[in-house]
Design a protein. Sequence first.
Length: 266
Amino acid sequence: MTIKLIATDMDGTFLDSNGAYDKTRFDALLTKLEQANIHFVAASGQQLLALEAMFADFADRIIFVAENGGIVKYRDDILFEEKMPFNKVLEISDIVRKSDYIQDDSVLLSGANGSYILETTSDYYKKKANFYYEKVQAVSDFSEVVDDILKLTVSFTAERVLEGEAWVNQQAAGVRAVTTGFESIDIMPEGISKATGLSHLAEKFNITPSEIVAFGDNLNDLEMLNYAGRAVAMSNAREPIKEIADEIIGHHKDQAVMAYLENSQF
């Protein structure tokens, strides 16, 4: 099996339990991949700004598929971007805020230039937003936001997050909701997934899906894993991800993706 591209989810997959990674180790791994002419893709539900900050030392050596496939960046070029109409953003935020799944106005708009939460949300959610997102701004009303919005992120309770995902998909037309964490749902334009991002990269680099290896742990990785020629799930992955995987490796907290790639023959 010839490998030309490796795509990995971040939280719960590539990153450890602190949301970090060993930069020295990653530098050596990237060198190994570059020598084999293999592209490394950070494929995440996180915003582009956050991924670029996370990989600031390696930004010119990797590819970003951010916002669950809503934007793809290679070096200084945006290869693909799918914005959400702002009237749809306001409509969806209003729908989820009125539901009984949500608590504390825990909605975030992820934009090209920043992230936006409501002043009425809890201090806990504000802290959480600032951990995962860059340039977080609190506003009194989402109608005040002036930015291109690529997705909404909503926090539901862990017990009801899957139920909440299904509810959003029933209530809202033109978008799709997908579980991204144990308490989080991302809402993107309909038809957008991490596989969307990989398909644009496959076209640019003349790569077939059979030449792609993908790593994931959660439901927002499902399409990407189905698209890739080889799907690898983490031991901490949700069951539907394990069921479609060609292989199950170790836990994300042990940086199992890094170890797997270090030990692979390319």
